[in-house]
Design a protein around this ligand. Structure first.
Ligand code: ISE
Length: 334
């Protein structure tokens, strides 16, 4: 069966997904698109032989659309995901599932009321082969029980509209999900440290930041977010266990020795670093929709990340240690 997909939002990630569904993935095709910028939607629709819809709601309602991919602006995600649940259609929502934990809670409630899992959230680290190897090493007991996780998330520069809270909601949200997934545990408290600010930032921004988390079993995880590091897009993660450590390899790049130096390129963008992970993520989603089963990060994972993000932003402002009020996970999401 070919899954007929409607894509809401044709900005950078949305058009990237449209391209990968057409060129890289099997079993799906884009039949419908919508965007606030209707001209852009029409141009993309013409290019991929899809229909442009004036609104996301009309796209969701269209009978030809089997499943929906939401890649619009973050504050609109919840509304479209709720629309898909009401229509009984599988939906992939780019991260975040919603910009507040309260809106994520509405999605979780609506999905349970629908009686089956229809939502996958775009936490794409889980589809990266390096992260998967790290997870397998932890699950296989290769380093014994985990004690600490050290994460680094650096971007070369941040645009002026990027504000201090986005270090959590836009950037560290990836590590928040990755840490929960790697440990298979919830996070219980958070503190945010604010080092000396880089002079290479827009004046309003606290950059860098260090988030310190504790988990249910007492594992400590630290996340350095530094979004004006100048030199590249650099993602690191190391787990320290009782009998060893496991860390993400550096992305495979040619190492050149010449003129008494060794040099190796550093990726510059998230697209460059994670393009294959995105391909795998969307392929696995299409396969799951075609086979009428669930896969990948759930609406509960989206909700849990939002609860942790809310507490992290609170900790940024308070400077203290904030507890994370995580409700018990409903059996529906086991
Ligand atoms: C962006 O939204 C991403 O998801 C990137 O992975 C992250 O590095 C960046 O900081 C975010 O703004």
């Amino acid at each position: 069966m070919t899954v007929n997909i409607g894509v809401i939002g044709t900005g950078s990630i949305g058009s990237d997904h449209i391209r990968r569904i057409g060129e890289k993935c099997r079993g799906g095709r884009v039949v419908a698109v919508s965007d606030l910028d209707q001209e852009r939607a029409a141009a993309i629709a013409a290019r991929v032989d899809a229909k442009a819809f004036p609104s996301g709601a009309e796209l969701i309602a269209n009978a030809e659309v089997d499943a929906v991919l939401v890649a619009s602006l973050a504050p609109t995600h919840a509304e479209y995901v709720l629309g898909c649940l009401a229509a009984g259609k599988p939906v992939f929502s780019e991260k975040p599932l919603a910009t507040t934990a309260a809106d994520c809670e509405r999605v979780v409630a609506a999905e349970q009321a629908a009686g089956r899992r229809l939502v996958q959230v775009g936490f794409m680290r889980r589809f990266d082969s390096d992260y998967r190897q790290l997870k397998a090493a932890l699950d296989g007991g290769e380093i014994g029980d985990p004690l600490m996780i050290h994460c680094v998330h650096r971007n070369p520069f941040a645009v002026e509209s990027y504000h201090s809270e986005m270090a959590t909601t836009d950037t560290a949200i990836h590590e928040i999900d990755a840490i929960r997934w790697l440990l298979d545990e919830e996070l219980t408290s958070v503190q945010v440290l604010t080092p000396r600010k880089t002079s290479r930032r827009h004046a309003h921004l606290q950059d860098p930041q260090i988030m310190l988390y504790a988990s249910d079993s007492g594992v400590r995880a630290d996340v350095e977010v530094f979004v004006n590091c100048q030199y590249g897009y650099d993602i690191q993660c190391e787990a320290v266990g009782e009998t060893g450590t496991a860390r993400l390899p550096d992305p495979a790049r040619l190492s050149v020795r010449s003129q008494a130096r060794e040099t190796r390129a550093v990726p510059q963008t998230w697209q460059e670093r994670f393009t294959t992970a995105f391909d795998v993520e969307i392929q696995e989603w299409i396969d799951a929709v075609a086979e009428d089963r669930t896969s990948g990060p759930s609406a509960w994972d989206g909700y849990a990340a939002a609860v942790i993000a809310d507490a992290t932003v609170k900790a940024l402002h308070s400077g203290g240690i904030e507890s994370i009020p995580m409700p018990a996970r409903p059996g529906f999401y086991d």
